[in-house]
Design a protein around this ligand. Structure first.
Ligand SMILES: [Zn+2]
Length: 96
C-alpha cells in the first residue's frame, strides 16, 4: 500500500479494512468497514470522504466529523443491524 494513498470514497477505504475514528475530544473507536459501507448504501448517504463525517457522531461528546483512517484492527463498537432480518427492516423503514 502506498504511504500517501488517499481514498476518495468510503467504499474505497473499506475495501481494505476497518475504519478507525478519532474525535476531537480524544474518543477513539473502530467500526467494521464493510458493514459501515453497507449502512451508508442503505441510507443512500453520500460516501465521499469529505461527506461521510456528517453521519459519524461521537458517542461521548456528540461531535461530528471525526478523523477517519484505515485500520486492520478489530471493531471496538457495534452499530446498525445485527443480522439479515435487521437489514431488511432497516431498508423497509428507510423506503418509508
Ligand atoms: Zn467526542
Amino acid at each position: 500500500m502506498s504511504a500517501n494513498w488517499r481514498p476518495e470514497t468510503l467504499m474505497e477505504l473499506t475495501s481494505r479494512g476497518n475504519v478507525a475514528l478519532t474525535c476531537r475530544c480524544g474518543h477513539r473507536g473502530i467500526l467494521d468497514g464493510p458493514k459501515l459501507t453497507k449502512y451508508y448504501f442503505a441510507h443512500q448517504w453520500n460516501g465521499r470522504m469529505h461527506m461521510i463525517g456528517d453521519h459519524l457522531k461521537c458517542s461521548r461528546c456528540g461531535a461530528r466529523h471525526p478523523r477517519i483512517r484505515l485500520t486492520g484492527d478489530n471493531p471496538t463498537s457495534d452499530f446498525g443491524p445485527r443480522d439479515d432480518r435487521g437489514w431488511n427492516e432497516l431498508r423497509r423503514r428507510l423506503r418509508g
